[in-house]
Design a protein around this ligand. Structure first.
Ligand code: TXA
Ligand code: MG
Length: 375
């Protein structure tokens, strides 16, 4: 049985949230209800972090496996101790520089936080969001708020209230509509519980900026470490299904001009087979698809990774709604926010990565058509 709730949507000013709405919704949170709200990264599906029943409802509503732990959101530094214990000094150095903001820290869990929040782990993920709506909710309710992204499990994270409604209608009590999220990708997750800090998920806070504070941070996901040019493994199924649109997403990597040329070629081939093609490219690359009947989603200038990240998940959802069978996308610089963009594209592609040095040909079944692309 899933969690059922009649969903109410309130529009809220993101900079100056209406006090009456915040106070009403805070009471609902304390009473165990589920509330979706914007943050600077993506929308979150929140519940009182001390309430294990409400936490159970989050997992049900999202259809999220109970093995995937949830981030706890706080509003003030001293609340770290409500959530964690044995907090290392480095936490405060990072907090001073990056909180409120898109950085999540893994610490030792305070036993007052139910085990289910952390999927049974002794650790807990903590973040102070840089957004007035969750911050006022935490302040007014007096409890930390546990919140994963407010999407159905495996779907792209929601960056507007409409995305949340599409996924979670009648599975969440309240959606606070504070407009689109600024960053559009989730927070960076950094584990501080081991000997060396380990980056578990690249996100809105760049690894370069973190390394200014802690030069020793380690980051080595297996899909980034193959080959000399940190190239992806090209094997579908080896990647966690995550952040995926319904359409198959093909990620074209390597030399930019060649990648675009291949995308144009593949678009033509698929269209001739009556397959509906979506393309997500930068503004600068739009012209290459002139006269080809693809559904186009422009992500912004390739020089502006903030724009690209802001539009990435929204673009996947928009093309899905247009009913495309396949989405073609190319890669961007992997610096700064670019690493998170790369990470989400690799995951969304589920290994359908073109130009991997370890495979010469990739054959992909799209509807009844077998598309073969050579590297
Ligand atoms: O930007 C964000 O982080 C958004 C907003 C709502 O804050 N939240 C979000 O939550 O993206 P979610 O649940 O979609 O992703 C949380 C990530 C997952 O990859 C999870 O495995 C990891 O954080 N995580 C949570 N608790 C953890 C823990 N104790 N140890 C290791 N990883 C943890
Ligand atoms: Mg998520």
């Amino acid at each position: 049985m899933g969690y059922f709730a009649k969903t109410r949507v309130f529009k809220v000013d993101p900079d100056n949230p209406d006090h009456e709405i915040i106070s009403l919704v805070s009471r609902l949170l304390v009473a165990g209800k589920l509330v979706a709200f914007p943050t600077e990264t993506v929308y979150g599906l929140g519940a009182n972090a001390f309430d294990s029943t409400a936490i159970g409802h989050i997992f049900e509503a999202k259809e999220r496996p109970s093995s995937d732990p949830i981030i706890v959101h706080i509003n003030e530094l001293n609340q770290v101790y409500k959530v964690a214990i044995h907090v290392p000094d480095i936490t405060w150095m990072l907090a001073e520089k990056f909180w409120p903001g898109p950085l999540t820290l893994i610490l030792e869990r305070n036993s007052k936080i139910p085990e289910s929040v952390s999927a049974g782990l002794n650790t807990v993920a903590v973040r102070m969001p840089n957004h007035q709506i969750p911050r006022r909710l935490i302040e007014c309710s007096g409890v930390p708020i546990a919140a994963p992204s407010a999407n159905l499990f495996t779907r792209p994270s929601p960056t507007t209230a409409q995305h949340v409604y599409t996924d979670l209608k009648n599975r969440v009590d309240v959606i606070l509509d504070g407009g689109p999220c600024a960053i559009g990708l989730e927070s960076t997750v950094l584990d501080l519980t081991g000997e060396v800090p380990v980056l578990l998920r690249p996100g809105g806070c760049s690894i370069e900026s973190l390394r200014h504070v802690i030069p020793s941070i380690r980051f080595k996901p297996n899909y980034l470490s193959m080959g000399k040019d940190i190239t992806p493994i090209g094997s579908p199924g080896m990647l966690l299904k995550h952040y995926s649109p319904r359409a198959k997403l093909l990620l074209f990597t390597g030399n930019h001009a060649k990648a675009i040329k291949k995308m144009v070629h593949v678009s033509r081939e698929l269209i001739s087979e009556s397959i509906s093609v979506g393309v997500m490219v930068s503004d600068e690359d739009e012209r290459h698809f002139d006269g080809i009947s693809v559904k186009m989603k422009l992500l912004g200038s390739h020089e502006n990774l903030t724009q690209i990240s802001h539009n990435l998940f929204a673009g996947m959802r928009e093309l899905d709604e247009n009913g495309v069978d396949v989405i073609l996308v190319n890669e961007y610089s992997r610096e700064g926010l670019g690493l998170a963009i790369w990470d989400r594209l690799v995951r969304a592609s589920e290994g359908l990565i073109i130009n991997s040095p370890i495979q010469e040909h990739l054959t992909i079944k799209i509807k009844d058509y077998a598309l073969t692309i050579s590297s």
